[in-house]
Design a protein around this ligand. Sequence first.
Ligand code: NAD
Length: 248
Amino acid sequence: MSGRAVLVTGASRGIGRAIATAFAADGDRVAIHHRDSADLAEALRAELPGEGHTTVQADIADPAEVRRMVDEAAKALGGIDVLVNNAGVFFHHPITEVSYEDWQAAWRRTLDTNLVGAANATWCAVRHMKRGGRIVNVSSRGAFRGEPDGPAYGASKAGMNALGQSLAIALAPHGITVGTVAPGFVETDMTNEHLKAPRGDAIRAQSPFGRVAMPEEIAAAALYLASPAAEWASGTIIDLNGASYLRS
Ligand code: NAD
């Protein structure tokens, strides 16, 4: 079997889809993880360049499903060389507007998916990895800059940054690296609503390029963090934002 074995979570659309495509174009075999998008995942598998790709299903917030899914991916690909923790959710839950019950639900679901889900997938994947293994986490600008409409999201991504730094130390003796990419706004289903006028215009104006990122630009960073050359990037958080937030 040629290329590396790469598991990408939340890969049926958006940034995950672009990441899966970039790895396949680089000659790797990809396990396309999805929760409830079997049709989309299968369509992507069929159109990816190269051979040996597969699809796997799990609710990433369910620890038992994650363990089964990672084991299935490893079996289909013959191990795991790279795990990309990309699956994530954003819930709108401003503190002054939502009920206590909705507040609880947003926090639990967000942390279970974005943070604990990534931690669990990593625990499982590491058991299939050899020296040279790579973990790539997709964090967010929300980790650094506040998310007033979705505070659980920002907290989950800040947690993901801390998770990556801790595991970079813990896994270095095993020859495994952990790198994190933290994008600003990217054009995907997650940001559809945010990017509509007039708020979208203000968001685009944050970058001197006058736009937001495309998923392929995040995939390029993920590919680098997973490359053999990126051992020295372990523990790094790439703040990928098109020179946004630099103006005084
Ligand atoms: P998206 O909504 O298109 O993709 C998210 C993916 O995660 C989907 O495929 C979804 O099915 C999957 N997912 C969500 N909950 C899941 C669960 N419980 N189990 C399994 N899969 C689940 O959005 P996207 O923009 O492509 O987001 C991908 C990642 O990038 C997320 O972690 C997101 O937080 C992060 N991110 C996005 C942006 C942005 O502006 N779009 C910016 C920074 C970071």
